[in-house]
Write a protein that binds this ligand. Structure first.
Ligand code: SF4
Length: 204
C-alpha cells in the first residue's frame, strides 16, 4: 500500500540521513502529499514558508507619482522606521491602474540606492575631477553665469532697427520628468529674461 501524507520514520529510531534527505526532496513531497500539481505546499521550502511581502511590514503607505516621465503613473510608497521599504504601482490611479514600467518599478533605488548623489557635482573647465559643491554656492554660480551671459549676448534691435529685446546666449532643454508646474515656471522665467530658445525632450 502506498502511504500518503507527511513522511515520518517507521520506527522510533533516528532517521537515516539519506531518508531525511529524501523526505525533503520536492518531487517526493509532491508524490506523497496532497499537492499533486506541485503548485502549493509541495513547492514550499522552510525559507519560502517564512517569507512574506515587505509591504506587509510597512507602518504607513504614502501615495505619490512616479518621478521619471510625463506619463505620471501612480505609486504607493511603503515606509517603515522613516525609510522607504518598497514602491509599488497604485491600483487607484486612473492613469496607470496599478502598473509601473521597469523604470518606475525600480524607483526605490532612486530613493535609497548607494549610488545616489546628495551633493551638486561640478567639474571646472579643463579639470579632470568632479568636486562637490553646496547648493547655495552652485545656485550663486549659475545665477552669475546667466546674468553675465545675458548682458554679453543681449540683442536690443536687429540690423534693420527692429526691436528684438532678446538673448540667444542661453537655451533651455527640458526633460520628460518635468511636470506641468515646472514647465510653466521654466517658460515664465526664460521669457522674462529674454531667452527665446525653450525646448523639451518630448518634442524632440
Ligand atoms: S517612468 Fe514608467 S512608471 Fe514612471 S511614469 Fe513613466 S511610464 Fe509610468
Amino acid at each position: 500500500m502506498v502511504r500518503r501524507g507527511r513522511w515520518r520514520p517507521m520506527t522510533g529510531r533516528p532517521a537515516h540521513p539519506l531518508s531525511r534527505l529524501a523526505a525533503g526532496w520536492p518531487a517526493l513531497a509532491q508524490w506523497r502529499g496532497p499537492d499533486r500539481g506541485g503548485l502549493g505546499s509541495a513547492a514550499r521550502s522552510r525559507g519560502s514558508e517564512a517569507a512574506h511581502p515587505r509591504t506587509q511590514d510597512a507602518e504607513r503607505v504614502v501615495r505619490s507619482v512616479c518621478p521619471y516621465c510625463a506619463v505620471g503613473c501612480g505609486q504607493r510608497v511603503y515606509v517603515k522606521d522613516g525609510a522607504v521599504t518598497q514602491i509599488e504601482g497604485d491600483p487607484d490611479s486612473p492613469i496607470s491602474r496599478g502598473r509601473l514600467c521597469p523604470k518606475g518599478s525600480a524607483s526605490k533605488s532612486y530613493v535609497s540606492g548607494p549610488l545616489r548623489e546628495y551633493h551638486v557635482k561640478y567639474r571646472a573647465p579643463f579639470a579632470t575631477e568632479w568636486e562637490s559643491l553646496d547648493l547655495d554656492t552652485a545656485m550663486g554660480m549659475i545665477a552669475d553665469r546667466i546674468v553675465e551671459t545675458r548682458a554679453r549676448t543681449w540683442q536690443e534691435r536687429d540690423d534693420e532697427g527692429r526691436v528684438l529685446r532678446r538673448s540667444l546666449g542661453v537655451a533651455s532643454l527640458g526633460g520628460a520628468t518635468l511636470d506641468n508646474e515646472e514647465n510653466y515656471t521654466i517658460k515664465k522665467l526664460m521669457t522674462a529674461l529674454g531667452f527665446v530658445q525653450v525646448e523639451n525632450q518630448a518634442r524632440i
